[in-house]
Design a protein around this ligand. Sequence first.
Ligand code: NAX
Length: 328
Amino acid sequence: MTTPVKVAVTGAAGQIGYSLLFRIASGALLGPDTPVQLRLLEITPALKALEGVVMELDDCAFTTLDSVEIGDDATHIFDGANLALLVGARPRTKGMERGDLLEANGAIFTTQGKALNEVAADDVRIGVTGNPANTNALIAMSNAPDIPRERFSALTRLDHNRALSQLAAKTGAKVGDITKMTIWGNHSATQYPDVFHAEIGGRNAAEVVDDQAWIENDFIPTVAKRGAAIIEARGASSAASAASATIDAARDWLQGTPEGDWASMAVASDGSYGIPEGLIYSYPVTTSGGDWEIVQGLEIDDFSRAKMDATAAELVEERDAVKELGLI
Ligand code: NAX
């Protein structure tokens, strides 16, 4: 067994937490030989429910689960964290304006960014799942000046996985045969799932599909609005799939993307592909040794350009709104 890894999870008593914690504890994230120390953050009223979840974690008798600590103080829970998965966020409730939502989440992610800055381990990586994920990551990053910007990312892996699944269903391919899928931009309805650079068994996916109308009118809106479709069907938002994507994203970040493939991750833009620098924008990335690199040199046609710019414009609006609120 190797040195234990401290994994902090916020919103641990929520829906996603209920799936995520068990996957992490079972070794799905770090493998069978790495002990995990879970550090779980919740708001005070949810601590009792979280105690129940911890009882269930105990009852699984996972050999890879070294310890569990729970609490409502970010500075205590994030202490020494090597990986922080920021899942807890304030959902939009009835009558809430967009500005109210950004402000409520701003309060959470400024506090958590500052706490991570103060007490997280030197090698910390921070993945934000809680919505609005890109802008929450921007807020946390801006409030953690001592942590390198490259250590922050927001989750678009669920969108990426949804795109793989839709493309597999359309073409009859297996998801494992599809590589180089890309989600560009915001984890929102403006995201751009791009099949033009994807490959199926090494062949260009758009050519295999050979149906521009399907790509434009079916594939892209289905992937972008899948969250709403799940709510409609299930009466609750995606949870197990979001947890699974959170694991996929963190695992690939820490352990590397497979040779000949890449992943989608929302990371701080360095201006690549003409996206405003500093936005947390989803790009195709390769990872190795815990670091990511944006895939360069992809040819972008007018169709893709317009979609990539539209989702960037939404992120600029969100950034300007949180700037105006003094959150970044
Ligand atoms: P739940 O409402 O079930 O759970 C959220 C939990 O966060 C609650 O237990 C709440 O007490 C806790 N929480 C709130 N403020 C907190 C704080 N300051 N510190 C610690 N914990 C806090 O939501 P769930 O379904 O688990 O979803 C969590 C977040 O993921 C939501 O923001 C949701 O919108 C977002 N999602 C993001 C996805 C993505 O792909 N990026 C997809 C799934 C999901 O919609």
